[in-house]
Each structure stands twice: as C-alpha cells, then as structure tokens.
Design a protein around this ligand. Structure first.
Ligand SMILES: *Cc1c(COP(=O)(O)O)cnc(C)c1O
Length: 361
C-alpha cells in the first residue's frame, strides 16, 4: 500500500556526534515523523519534517491526565553497511495494545512501518556503525485536545524521533546491582503495568531515586497484591537460572510483554535449555540462594539487551550472584542476540527486517 507521507528536508543538517561521546537519549537526528488524529477524520497529515519543538495548548490533556503511550526499538548497521531492524512489527503491535488500554485510537501498523522506514532512509547516515552502537527509535503518542474534562482526547499526535546511542557496555558487559523494593509497588493486575505508558515510569521514580541513594542501579519490583512475586526490573523483564533451569515471571497482566523477553525465551528453547514462565516468589529466590542453586540472573530489554545482575538486596541482605560477575548463560545469550541484531550471527527465527524490505512483512 502506498502511503502519502510528505517530506520536508532540513536545510541545516546537524553535526553528527562522535561514537565515543554518545549518551543514551541526549542527541537526536535531523528529522522526525509526525501525524495527527482528529475525531471523525482519523489519522492525517503524515509528514517527515526537520526535528523541531512542538507547540501545544497548556490545557492539552497529556499534561494533566497522562494519556500517552510510547515504544522503544533500535536500528543497527551491519559491518557490511546495511541497516537492520529487530522484530519491529512486535513493537507496533504492542503500541496498539497500549493504545487500546489508554483509550487511544489504533494506528495502522503498515502505515507506521512505512513512516519509520522512510524516516530511517532519510536519516540513515545517523545509524552509528561502531560495535555496540545503534539508532534508538522512539515512537510515541500524546493526547492534544485542549480541555480539562476527564475523558479520552479527541485529538492526538503520533511522533517518531531517533537518537544515536553508544555501546551500553563501554567497558564490556558488567553486572548491575538491584534493590528489591518492599515499600513501593509499580502495578497491579487490571492496572496499566502491561502498557508502555509514561505513568508507570513516573510512579517508579521515587523508588528508583531511593535505591540509587543506597548505591543500587535499579529496582526489582514485587507484585502489588501479595508483595512477594517477582515482576520486573525498571525497564527490563527478568530471568533467573535456578539449579540449571531458567525461570521468568509469566505475563500476568501487570508486567510488560518485552520483545527481548520473548526473544530470549525462544533462544533458550532453541538451545534446548529448560525454561519456565511462571510465578516466582522472592522467598523462592532467597531459598535457592541459601542452597547455592541461584546460579545467575539477568534483565532483558531493548536498551541493554541483556543486563547481568551481580547482586540483589532484599531487606538489607545482599545476595551475590555468580560472584558478582557476568554468568556464562548471560554472556552466551548476550553474544547471540546482539550478533543477530547486527547481522553477524545467522538469524534462525526470521526476526531481522532489512531496511530495504521493511514494508514487506
Ligand atoms: C520497554 C519495557 C521493557 C522491555 O521491553 P523490550 O520490548 O524488551 O524493550 C520491560 N519493562 C518495561 C516496564 C518496559 O517499559
């Protein structure tokens, strides 16, 4: 299907940053995609324009009631110079699931893919080429109607911005330390924990700040009802290796259905490793730790791909995993996944979408 996307190119291209100076989410490319939704008219005015500020009425609903969703994915350059996307349709499908939960009208996934593809073609030179670097893609939707009444907005912006990002592990893959949160909760079943929406992050900042103050880089959330089952870490799903088996919390309605999580599950099964998706309690982890069978833990998410966990702090007790070093399974999954993403490892799953063919499913 041909999509009518207007293009206005910048007359003042920015200087591209050095790969070594890239900081996550601080620099943006020359262009962005934007389209608008108006009740009765649907999505319209698809256009690629120079990256620029947007102007909104102070009464726009997004500022007051947080009716907004977002996505996060990456484009990679192969050593041979082609641009690759990793399972982009999974992200667009999830965007629409988040939309449904936040009463935001759906976007046509093929149109969104065509828009992304066109934007990436225009800003292709912004995809960094150094090992470990990529172009982070942030699609998002905000409600723009200027009324303070609490009801779904009648107008929206859908925007895609792009940000070159450096290697997450500048000094090699290093384990993070995690504070298991016992006071605050992030989500409950029936809430919005399984939607990618800003409010989940706003609600988590306080716990994150307190954990940072204690020297921990992230928070591990427990379920909001029993306060005992593992949910996820900050912006990552979480996996544990216990007595040779891998377990990850099942999708219970309050955690995010991560694309990396789903991919890691498939990779582990492909390798013949036993994996279970089920409820995992903090008591089970402590018990396994005491018995010496809590072998490894790692987080999964688009930003870091795999983030090994070196320590869990549970009510002041420090559980050191694999001697605080990256475990062999975490390292193996990291190498395999990042290899597929950069096109240096054969992709047996059909996950890679080449930029040239990104409009074909
Ligand atoms: C985005 C996100 C993840 C990771 O999802 P990926 O699709 O793997 O990037 C996990 N948890 C939360 C809360 C998230 O927002």
């Amino acid at each position: 299907m041909a999509h009518n996307i207007a293009v206005e190119r910048t007359t003042a291209p920015k200087k591209k940053p050095e790969a070594s100076s890239l900081v996550f989410g601080k620099q943006f490319t020359d262009h962005m995609f934007i389209m608008e939704y108006t009740e009765g008219q649907g999505w319209h005015d698809m256009r690629i324009v120079p990256y620029q500020p947007i102007s909104l009425d102070p009464a726009a609903k997004v500022f007051h009631y947080g009716q907004t969703v977002f996505e996060g994915m990456k484009a990679y350059k192969t050593p041979g110079g082609s641009a690759l996307l990793f399972r982009p349709f999974k992200n667009l499908q999830r965007l629409n699931r988040s939309n449904a939960r936040l009463s935001i009208p759906p976007v046509d996934e093929d149109l969104a893919m065509a828009a992304l593809k066109k934007l990436l073609e225009i800003d292709e030179d912004w995809i960094p080429t150094d090992e470990g670097t990529s172009l982070y893609i942030r699609p998002f939707i905000i409600s723009t109607e200027a009324t303070l009444g609490v009801s779904p907005s009648e107008s929206y912006y859908f925007i895609i911005i792009l940000s070159p990002v450096g290697s997450y592990y500048a000094e090699g893959i290093n384990p993070v330390t995690i504070y298991v949160e016992s006071e605050y909760v992030r989500a409950v079943p029936g809430g919005v924990g399984n939607a990618k929406t800003g409010g989940n992050y706003a609600a988590g900042l306080k716990a994150q700040e307190e954990a940072s103050g204690k020297g921990y880089s992230q928070v591990l959330w427990l379920d909001g009802v029993h306060r005992k089952y593992i949910e996820e870490v900050g912006s990552m799903n979480v996996f544990f290796k216990i007595a040779g088996k891998v377990v990850t919390p099942a999708l219970n309605g309050s955690i995010l259905d991560g694309v990396t999580r789903d991919s890691v599950l498939q990779v582990l099964k492909h390798w013949g490793i036993d994996v279970e998706e089920r409820a995992v309690s903090i008591d089970e982890l402590v018990e396994a730790y005491r018995k010496g069978t809590l072998e490894e833990a790692f987080g999964t998410g688009t930003a870091a791909v795999i983030s090994p966990i070196g320590e869990l702090n549970w009510r002041g007790d420090k559980l050191t995993l694999n001697g605080g070093r990256t475990g062999p399974l975490s390292a193996r999954v990291y190498d395999f996944m990042t290899g597929i993403q950069r096109g240096t490892v054969e992709d047996p799953f059909g996950w890679i979408v080449r930029l040239e063919s990104a409009v074909n499913r």
